[in-house]
Design a protein around this ligand. Structure first.
Ligand SMILES: *Cc1c(COP(=O)(O)O)cnc(C)c1O
Length: 388
């Protein structure tokens, strides 16, 4: 054996002994037996030629109903379609104006534009990072808005949810709650999604409840609403060759349904595991230089994301420090909606005060995922402490 080869082997050996690394997210930590069960069920479904609408869809919807406590729901192809279905089923079309927060995933605004309506981009509350209910009421007046897309970010809920729901119901305004990050979140001890008049979610694999590919759902307390969403997602069919509406194809595949139904069986421990990571960061890392944010009182978070803010001038160096320690990170979100290049080509209105910009320039997300080990958590915590 040549000396350099031997040396590189030793280096490799010592490297694996001493270097720890923690990814931002690890989607491969399945419970024992989970993958076998999924594979068996998928094989069986293929043999039976159940591809897009077998009994697996019904049993998945039943499991989701039990978990979410939503009286009615329908599955669809992804979370963005779910938003578009909910907007369309609410009668939103060209000429309508819909309020949307300046801090959210782009799809919240995209869906409004895709149904032909005009987004009214409203800045967020500095404390909650969500829309302020009082400001929403003023915006309804100021812009003569027809509805609102209430986004629940970071695995929390908008703390003003109840008053916004009440205002929309009292004043006949359209309300769509983008709960893509909020499955399993509780507001005053009740399921956030289950109590919403109209909410959507995404089962993109990296969400708290993920499918094996893309999927989404619309939830409602109103049966007619979910029926209409189902119809719109199936070419607006009234029967096989009769189309009462212009919809599109937003069906969900059977593999997704099987993977989801099996995942729901493990969702509570997954959420508890994520939540405990967020709590531990709060207890051990929250400081004047590195503020850890969690859901406000009365909201039980699902641990979707760990959210910290810091001096923007030091963020680049901090991120480099994390990289040196092989620790993954996020900056959710780096750009406010109002500054997205894609928005500029479409009619839109804005009411901004710089609050979202403050968050986008100062936010850092530390690793957080189901079944992250204690030693991984400790390594992240020690490494962060070394910087401050
Ligand atoms: C993920 C996400 C969506 C979009 O869901 P897809 O399934 O990727 O289409 C919409 N809104 C928010 C807030 C999201 O996080």
């Amino acid at each position: 054996m040549s000396a350099p080869f031997f040396r590189s082997c030793m280096l490799l050996f010592s490297h694996s002994m001493t270097t720890q690394s923690v990814p931002f997210i690890d989607l491969k930590r399945f419970e024992d037996g989970f993958l076998d069960t999924v594979s068996e069920r998928v094989n069986l479904a293929i043999k039976e030629a159940h591809f897009v609408g077998g009994p697996e869809r019904g049993s998945c919807e039943e499991a989701l109903k039990n978990f979410s406590q939503a009286p009615f729901l329908t599955l669809c192809a992804n979370g963005t379609d779910a938003l578009q279905l909910a907007l369309r089923a609410s009668g939103i079309k060209a000429g309508h104006k819909i309020i949307v927060p300046n801090l959210t995933f782009w799809a919240s605004a995209e869906a409004i534009i895709n149904v032909g309506a005009t987004p009214v981009v409203l800045d967020i509350d500095k404390e909650s990072f969500h829309l302020n209910p009082q400001k929403c009421l003023e915006a309804f007046e100021k812009f003569q808005a027809d509805g609102i897309m209430l986004v629940h970010l970071f695995g929390w809920a908008n703390p003003g949810t109840e008053s916004i729901r009440k205002f929309c119901s009292d004043h006949n305004k359209v309300l769509v709650e983008d709960s893509a990050q909020a499955i399993g979140v509780e507001l005053n001890g009740k399921s956030l999604i289950g109590t919403s008049p109209l909410a959507t979610t995404s089962f993109y694999p990296a969400k708290v409840l993920g499918a094996s590919g893309d999927a989404g759902a619309v939830f409602s307390t109103n049966e007619e609403m979910t029926k209409l969403c189902y119809t719109l997602a199936d070419h607006g069919r009234s029967n096989h060759y009769q189309h009462g509406h212009v919809g599109w194809n937003s069906r969900v595949g059977i593999y997704e349904c099987i993977f989801l139904e099996e995942s729901i069986k493990h969702i509570q421990p997954r959420i508890e595991s994520r939540r405990s990571v967020c709590q531990r960061y709060k207890e051990e890392l929250n400081s004047e230089h590195f503020q850890i944010h969690n859901a406000e009182d009365g909201i039980t978070e699902n641990g979707y994301l760990s959210v910290a803010t810091m001096n923007p001038d030091h963020r680049e160096r901090f991120v480099a420090h994390l990289k040196e320690h092989n620790i993954g990170h996020g900056t959710v979100y780096p750009t406010p909606v109002a500054q997205q290049p894609g928005l500029q080509a479409f009619p839109h209105e804005t009411w901004l005060d710089g609050s979202a910009d403050q968050v986008t320039s100062s936010v850092v997300n530390l690793p957080c995922f189901a079944y992250m080990t204690e030693s991984e958590q400790s390594y992240v915590i020690e490494s962060v402490k070394k910087f401050f």
